[in-house]
Design a binder for this molecule. Structure first.
Ligand code: TMP
Length: 210
């Protein structure tokens, strides 16, 4: 069976994923690939509704495990309805966040345990891990300053967490990168967008998959 390539982007708040995805999509199309851009949580109607529940700033009472299960449920629906069909059509799927976000945010920063969160996610994704993951590593101080200077960006429930939480998210990603050194490429995202894109293209070319 012909299969496309599943490429995910990860990072803390303000890492610049959205800008990178737009430029990366252009670049991949220029290289002759068919590309589907999508995001988590969301990307299809049912998952967008779950996103709304998770990120509502009024839902301060949400329990950590409830949060982890909702992310996994949104992930499942998005995977079967959108990602897998596009991969079967041979496309490159460029997805803004996937399972590593749950490992870093819920598993590590919320303290639920990376292995525990991985196990509920394995039920949801049935071993369908990305082919390549770009982790945009940014100092939370730089990332949060970017968010607050961008008036168009909607502030969600997780943005309201303090600096300590965002530092924990970064530490969580470090653990996840160590766990999957073959799959995850770390990119220094403290730099300009042009520079970040250059690092991404050269790292992707080095994988030999593009
Ligand atoms: P976004 O700001 O990239 O759209 O992501 C929404 C928020 O959801 C962001 O704060 C990261 C968080 N998140 C998790 O905590 N766990 C997850 O599994 C995913 C996909 C996102």
């Amino acid at each position: 069976m012909k299969r496309g390539l599943f490429l995910t982007l990860e990072g803390g708040e303000g890492a610049g994923k959205s800008s990178v995805i737009t430029l990366l999509e252009e670049k991949l199309v220029e290289m002759g690939h068919e590309v589907l851009v999508t995001r988590e949580p969301g990307g299809v109607e049912i998952a967008e509704k779950i996103r709304h529940i998770i990120l509502d700033t009024a839902h301060v009472k949400m329990d950590g495990r409830t949060e982890a299960l909702l992310y996994a449920a949104a992930r499942r629906q998005h995977l079967v309805e959108k990602v897998l069909p596009a991969l079967e059509e041979g496309k490159i799927v460029l997805c803004d966040r996937f399972v590593d976000s749950s490992l870093a945010y819920q598993g590590y920063a919320r303290g639920l345990g990376i292995e525990q969160v991985l196990s509920i996610n394995m039920f949801a994704i049935q071993d369908c891990l990305p082919d390549v993951t770009l982790y945009l590593d940014v100092d939370p101080k730089v990332g949060l300053a970017r968010i607050h200077s961008n008036d168009e960006r909607e502030i969600n429930r997780l943005d309201l967490e303090g600096m300590k939480f965002h530092e924990q998210v970064r530490a969580g990603y470090e653990q996840v990168v160590e766990q999957y050194p073959e799959r995850i490429l770390r990119i220094d995202a403290n730099q300009s967008l042009e520079n970040v894109l250059e690092q991404i293209i050269s790292s992707l070319v080095q994988t030999g998959k593009f």
